[in-house]
Ligand binder design. Structure first.
Ligand code: IPD
Ligand code: CA
Ligand code: CA
Length: 258
């Protein structure tokens, strides 16, 4: 996976450099839904990544949030060119480029780049996880009461029953603290680096979570769906933590509690 990892890193750095240069210049192009916006730079950054990865790996498929799609039985890249578009558009310097590679229903490569802090998280299956080339590990925190958690809210929260408010309320009452920074990919990397102890969301997309899931696992953490089932790279939920608080976090997030 060396070639794939290096290519994903180069693509993330290139797209991230482009986004950094244009930081403060993005305008909302259109609303994907009432609370979900996209800028012209989302599409341009995805184009940079798609060109790089599709020319070098024509046998892999591609699943990009902004529309680049190609099917393949051999595996596929999963790309979010800007995770945290709301932050980006409001000039909050917290967003990331996320690139995963899924083979055989497992995320086997993960690269997440935060252009404004120049933090590059990277991992491949069996190779460990790194931050700017240095190995990272999940935290040792062993109870929810001591845990710093992250989460977020879905774009359809105005209308959906699965709005995460119940779970968020439980977290406020039982965890040390809970943060929402609006960038799921970085939330997962923060778990991998031991900055957060756990992260969950109830309604995401593969491009938000696949790269981060690989990075958390390679840092020694545990990643499942929010119902406790095996992580699904084409699924919509994620629950990731240091392993020590997994059962407690699952119980907290469980949806059919009163
Ligand atoms: C969003 C972020 C956010 C999460 C949203 C996502 P986007 O991605 O990951 O953390 O709470 O549900 O859609 O739209 O900025 O790429
Ligand atoms: Ca996203
Ligand atoms: Ca995005």
């Amino acid at each position: 996976m060396d070639r794939e990892l290096n290519a994903a890193i180069e693509a993330a750095l290139q797209a991230g450099g482009f986004l950094r240069q244009n930081f403060g210049k993005a305008n909302a192009l259109r609303h994907k839904s009432v609370t979900e916006i996209v800028t012209e730079l989302d599409g341009q950054a995805e184009q940079i990544i798609a060109e790089r990865l599709q020319s070098e790996f024509p046998h892999y498929g591609f699943l990009g949030e902004e529309g680049h799609r190609r099917e393949s039985q051999k595996g596929f890249w999963v790309v979010d060119p800007i995770d945290g578009t709301t932050n980006y558009i409001r000039h909050i310097p917290v967003f990331a480029v996320s690139i995963g590679l899924v083979i055989g229903n497992e995320p086997v490569v993960g690269v997440v780049y935060q252009p404004m802090t120049n933090e590059l998280f990277a991992a491949f299956s069996g190779g460990g996880a790194t931050l700017n080339g240095q190995p990272i590990r999940v935290s040792q925190v062993d109870s929810l009461g001591k845990a710093l958690l992250g989460s977020g809210f879905p774009y359809d929260a105005w209308t959906s029953q699965r709005d995460n408010l119940l779970q968020w309320g439980r977290a406020v009452k039982s965890a040390f603290a809970v943060y929402c920074t609006g960038v799921a990919a970085l939330g997962l990397c923060d778990v991998a680096a031991g900055r957060l102890d756990g992260y969950w969301e109830l309604h995401l997309h593969p491009w938000d979570i696949d790269a981060g899931a690989c990075i958390v696992r390679e840092a020694g953490g545990v990643v499942t769906q929010t119902n406790g089932k095996r992580f699904d790279p084409l699924g919509h939920t994620v629950l990731a933590d240091n392993g020590r608080i997994h059962e407690a976090l699952l119980t907290m997030v469980e949806e059919d509690q009163g």
